[in-house]
Design a protein around this ligand. Structure first.
Ligand SMILES: [Zn+2]
Ligand SMILES: [Zn+2]
Length: 340
């Protein structure tokens, strides 16, 4: 079969690789859609320390069951569509022992620590497929990236009583916005530029603040929108030192701060607010099956299909153009999809 491989910095090409065969308990999954993730982009730019090259990227995967190995339950019959859960868990590390398998110490995400889904087929254990014949095929590939934002909302224990500020309206931030709206919270979205802010509003953000006005003006506006108190929950989905510290400044006393962004540089804090506000400061990694299910529930309930989250679709035969396109159009891309 054909698979796209990232071979080196800014180099990717199709290769012929052996057709995978499902063993006992495994499913041969025909890949129909792969959405590209920031982590794939970082691999392509040579900035992903978790990846050894060459690597088949792609962990946001929708498709259908093509064949099954021995011992796979009947409901996983060929022809049914689904989503791949792209993480692994060891069962023995501290996270796994606590049931927090999404943060497994030795997790091997598809397309990152092992080859991913940008191929014609992929073999996975049947338990890693969430069956869904209701969503449109191309929306299946949106479930994983949105679930990462939904997980951050879950980490922040967001309820309908909360005002949630989401810093960053990329795909992960959009997931956090949608996840908080899905829990009936009031959401204030912050990002630069009107295009992303418009999408955030369409997905239920009650207020939007253009970060182009500068951090001080943004913070003042957030105080204005929260009766001078600050936000109950702040989700940081940018990954810059400035937004890591901003989150601490704009959260209310005894509020919660959730970090999903990866800051590539060290962050310097004045830590007094950690104590003074008695903050819960939380990390968030990947997503749980419950988060996937919450996203599916959200997407199935939308009146307007979530096509506004998809910036551009490349046919599989032109998949090698997708990552260079994203590099060139960085500021304007929410999600790039590959369709087969
Ligand atoms: Zn991803
Ligand atoms: Zn583990």
């Amino acid at each position: 079969m054909k698979a796209l491989m990232i071979e080196g910095e800014a180099t990717c090409a199709f290769h012929e690789v052996p057709d995978p065969k499902p063993g006992p308990g495994e499913v041969l999954f025909a890949v129909r859609h792969v959405a590209l993730c920031g982590s794939d982009l970082n691999t392509f730019k040579g900035l992903n320390p978790l990846v050894a090259l060459p690597r088949i990227p792609g962990h946001e995967i929708g498709g259908e069951i093509a064949a099954v190995g021995e011992g796979v339950p009947a409901e996983y019959a060929p022809g049914h569509r689904g989503i791949v859960v792209p993480y692994t868990s060891c069962g023995t590390c501290p996270s796994c022992r606590r049931g927090r398998v999404n943060a497994c110490q030795t997790n091997r995400t598809l397309g990152v620590q092992q080859d991913g889904g940008l191929a014609e087929w992929i073999v996975v254990p049947y338990g890693k497929i969430i069956l869904n014949d209701r969503l449109a095929p191309r929306h299946l590939a949106l479930v994983e990236p949105l679930s990462v934002g939904f997980h951050a909302v879950d980490r922040g224990r967001v309820t309908a009583e909360d005002t949630v500020v989401v810093l960053g309206c990329g795909m992960i931030g959009m997931g956090a916005i949608a996840g908080a709206v899905h829990r009936n919270a009031r959401v204030i979205a912050v990002d630069v530029g009107e295009a992303k802010i418009d999408i955030a509003r369409r997905h239920g953000a009650a207020e939007a603040v253009d970060a182009a006005m500068g951090t001080e003006a943004v913070n003042a506006r957030i105080l204005e929108l929260t009766n001078g108190e600050g936000a109950d929950v702040v989700v940081e989905a940018v990954g810059l030192p400035a937004t890591f510290t901003q989150a601490i400044d704009i959260v209310a006393f005894s509020g919660r701060v959730v970090y999903i962004g990866y800051a590539k540089e060290p962050v310097t804090y004045k830590t007094q607010f950690f104590n003074l506000k008695e903050l819960d400061i939380l990390g968030s990694r990947n997503a749980t099956i419950d988060d996937f299910r919450a996203v599916i529930d959200y997407l199935e309930g939308l009146e307007t299909p979530p096509d506004d989250l998809i910036t551009k679709v490349f046919p599989f035969a032109e998949a090698e153009k997708a990552l260079p396109y994203w590099v060139a159009e960085r500021a304007n891309v929410l999600k790039v999809l590959i369709e087969r």
